[in-house]
Write a protein that binds this ligand. Structure first.
Ligand code: DGY
Length: 322
């Protein structure tokens, strides 16, 4: 009997995909610095029972409807806004993700961005490297305190809980806003629920962890930034589309907020000519929320596990179809 085909859109270490190779013909796009062209992805998906995707692969209606054998789209990410879930579900295709295993790692990155922005770490590094450091000054490179400040978490899911836990070590007051109130988290992590507007007005640091949905798109816009304190620092490790970037640029220009630490952008990769990159008080990294060797290995393994289960006729470990 002909083996099923699994198509993998990125270069994944051979040892991780071994379980798949025992049961399927595995094909992989293995160019390190080039994304699989849409036409190749479409052609390969059309012949595949499973596809292993990442968050920059757009799996839309046309790809799904052109892939009659497809049983599973396994995304190596907790987010899945790159996949047309309703079309997949309509065609009885599992859409899988990699929840939980990246919570701590992503919370670490949120805090790393928060601290680097508040304490001007990147600016300080360039100051030293560029030979600008001539003497010690009482106000040289002064940043803003983190400890005993108010942190506002927008999107209190499992990553949010980990961010709140870290904040308690800094004696921060933690506010959160979420679709629904989470009393268990309030008790366990000493956090306070508040409206979006109240959070914007009160927080010194605002961390966005929202997934991308119709409701969260453009949520951080001109109005939202104007409600923040002039000393506020905005951190985004959720999705870039939640932020109207021109409005963020304006807010930074007008001094409506003090800085931003950004892992995600509307268009990724962001151009190095983007106006956001002109500000000293903006710290950027290339969507590396979950990028540690330990976590990325677990994410690849879970993605493989999800596919193996479906190929064996079982439910995947993590799937998001309703
Ligand atoms: C995800 O998994 O959705 C994250 O954005 C990766 O960092």
């Amino acid at each position: 009997m002909k083996q099923p085909q699994v198509y993998i859109t990125k270069k994944i270490p051979r040892e991780v995909i071994e379980p798949l190779e025992k049961m399927a013909t595995v094909k992989m796009w293995d160019a390190e610095n080039e994304k699989v062209p849409v036409q190749i992805l479409k052609t390969e998906a059309a012949k595949s029972t499973a596809i292993f995707t990442t968050l920059d692969d757009i799996i839309d209606q046309s790809i799904i409807e052109n892939s009659p054998q497809l049983k599973v789209i396994a995304n190596m990410a907790v987010g899945y806004d790159n996949i047309d879930i309703s079309t997949a579900t309509k065609h009885s295709i599992f859409v899988c993700n990699t929840p939980d295993i990246l919570n701590d790692t992503t919370a670490d990155l949120a805090f790393a961005l928060l601290m680097s922005t508040a304490r001007r770490i990147v600016e300080g590094y360039h100051f030293v490297m560029d030979g600008c450091w001539k003497n010690w000054g009482p106000l040289l490179m002064v940043g803003r305190d983190i400890h005993h400040k108010t942190l506002g978490i927008v999107g209190m899911g499992r990553i949010g809980e980990k961010v709140a836990k870290r904040a308690s070590g800094f004696d921060m007051e933690v506010l959160y806003h979420n679709r629904s109130r989470r009393e268990s988290v309030e008790k366990a992590l000493n956090t306070t629920y508040c409206s979006f507007d109240e959070l914007l007005e009160k927080a010194d640091f605002i961390v966005n962890l929202l997934p991308l949905t119709d409701d969260t798109k453009n949520k951080f816009n001109e109005i939202a930034f104007s409600k923040m304190k002039n000393s506020a620092i905005f951190i985004n490790v959720g999705r870039g589309m939640s932020v109207v970037e021109e409005d963020l640029v304006q807010a930074l220009q007008k001094g409506e907020i003090a800085g931003a630490g950004l892992d995600v952008f509307r268009e990724e990769p962001i151009s190095n000519q983007h106006p956001l990159l002109k500000f000293n008080q903006v710290v950027v990294v290339p969507h590396i929320g979950s990028a540690t060797i330990e976590t990325r290995t677990k994410m690849m393994e879970l993605t493989v596990h999800n596919i193996v289960n479906v190929l064996q006729g079982k439910y995947p470990k993590a799937y998001v179809n309703k």
